[in-house]
Design a protein around this ligand. Structure first.
Ligand code: ISJ
Length: 451
């Protein structure tokens, strides 16, 4: 379905494009600026719906406001957004004085895990984006006039949420353990090989949530993760679904987890244990295989390391594999992806994300049956959790993470959010151990809230 001009509310159509007016071309202007300091400290306001972030080790993009919005839903939500973005980007007047990845117009996006989820997907082009990469900083504005704003807004003070309470989500911890045990039984009976089981936790805060409070804490505690905020999904993910940059695709696959104790010697011993654990190596192998299967049709060559490394995070350690590939447009699937890369660049970063989601790291193996089983067993809609989250530029390059270690701020009540965490379940899984792992994965968000 082609995008349509509509008032600012999502409707029933699969794809909706909302821009100020079809008559006025928006002007995207990027100018170099002196180093602006901490990107997150530039964010002007508390609203998670109007605040955008994709920051790692102090580099990346932050943005605010909404110049253009594409809403999608249904099984083709990611692909439809990609097609609508390619058209919308072609209609923008672009003045880019910097010309590095992330300059020019960018759209931040977030997509539901499940095809049928009410959460659907969204791409938003903020009115203002500030970026930094390799010591170069810039501001991009997207406005009808093309005027450059005289200065950046002075941010309102960041507020802490005050007292925070946590409550069971769809299932109590005990019921979730029972659900995991039932899934283990089905795996042992040979129905499927792996199912990723997630749970949610309800959060209530004393004061309205200020998304900047969460983002700052997440990026301080988890500098190696991508700290994101898109359309009320907030988190710090260690897992890169796919990056496309100048013809190269890259992905960081994580699966296989062990908790950290905080004692360095003990953690090293546990890291070695993880690297040898046949249960975790099996989970990991399935995740890498699904990623490679998804990426292969779009790549002229792919490099997959023989063995995973252990990624150390403050809360957990993961088995990790960095996969890279050379994107080749002629290897694309025309049946799946309309040819909207007439420049021969091949599928965009978002088209690649569409092809790869959901990997076995967040769905299971085989994908179809595993996602059916997890939907039944979890008894909840994951919303945007575990879906692709990231950004795309006008040329299709961009970065898409998997929306993990995250929570979704309520659309109607700024004192509420839902946190999520999941674990790969295989035949050798122990349900109680999976509960403990899910608690460890909830830690980043809990601590960001509680301080
Ligand atoms: C599903 C999550 O994490 C995923 C599952 C992992 C595992 O089961 O070992 C590890 C990393 C992620 O791919 C989550 O954090 O919620």
């Amino acid at each position: 379905m082609s995008p349509t001009e509509t008032p600012r509310r999502p409707g029933r159509a699969a794809t909706r494009l909302v821009a100020p007016s079809s008559e006025t071309a928006l002007v995207a202007r990027t100018v170099a600026v002196p180093d602006p300091g901490d990107l997150l400290s530039l964010l002007p306001g508390p609203d998670a719906a109007a605040t955008f972030s994709w920051v790692r080790r102090g580099e990346g993009l932050v943005g605010w406001g909404e110049a253009l919005r594409i809403d999608t839903r249904g099984p083709n939500r990611i692909r439809d957004a990609d097609v609508a973005w390619a058209r919308a980007a072609a209609g923008l007047d672009v003045v880019d004085e910097v010309g590095v990845p992330g300059t020019g117009p960018v759209a931040f996006g977030s997509f539901s895990f499940a095809p049928g989820s009410e959460a659907g997907g969204v791409l938003v082009v903020p009115e203002v984006v500030v970026g930094r990469r390799d010591g170069v900083a810039w501001v991009t504005t997207v406005t009808p006039s093309g005027d450059r704003p005289a200065s950046l807004p002075v941010p309102a003070p960041v507020r802490s949420p005050g007292a925070v309470t946590f409550a069971d989500g769809a299932l109590t911890a005990a019921d979730w353990v029972t659900a995991v045990a039932e899934v283990v039984r089905r795996i042992r009976a040979g129905e499927v090989t792996k199912v990723v089981m997630a749970r949610d936790v309800d959060v209530r805060t004393q004061r309205p949530l200020d998304v900047r409070h969460l983002l700052t804490r997440l990026s301080e505690s988890y500098p190696g993760c991508w700290t994101f905020s898109v359309d009320r999904l907030v988190g710090a993910t260690p897992e890169l679904l796919v990056r496309r940059e100048k013809g190269l695709a890259a992905s960081r696959v994580l699966a296989g987890t062990i908790r950290r104790t905080g004692d360095d010697a003990d953690d090293l011993r546990r890291a070695a244990e993880l690297a040898r654990s046949s249960k975790d190596l099996e989970e990991h192998e399935l995740a890498v295989a699904s990623l490679v299967r998804g990426l292969r049709p779009y790549c002229a060559s792919i490099n997959v390391p023989d063995a995973p490394f252990v990624l150390h995070l403050p809360n957990v350690m993961h088995l990790a594999t960095d996969v890279t590939g050379v994107v080749d447009g002629t290897f694309g699937h025309p049946s799946t992806f309309p040819a909207h890369s007439p420049d021969g660049r091949g599928p965009s970063s978002l088209a690649l994300a569409a092809a790869l989601h959901p990997t076995a790291a967040v769905g299971g193996t085989p994908t179809g049956l595993a996602t059916q089983i997890l939907a039944e067993a979890e008894r909840m809609d994951r919303g945007r959790y575990a879906g692709p989250v990231g950004w795309i530029g006008a040329d299709g390059d961009g970065e898409w993470g998997i929306g993990l270690r995250s929570g979704e701020v309520s659309a109607t009540d700024r004192h509420r959010m839902r946190l999520f965490a999941g674990c790969g379940v295989v035949a050798a899984s122990d349900p109680e151990a999976e509960l403990a792992e899910s608690e460890a994965k909830l830690r980043p968000m809990r601590e960001a809230l509680e301080g």
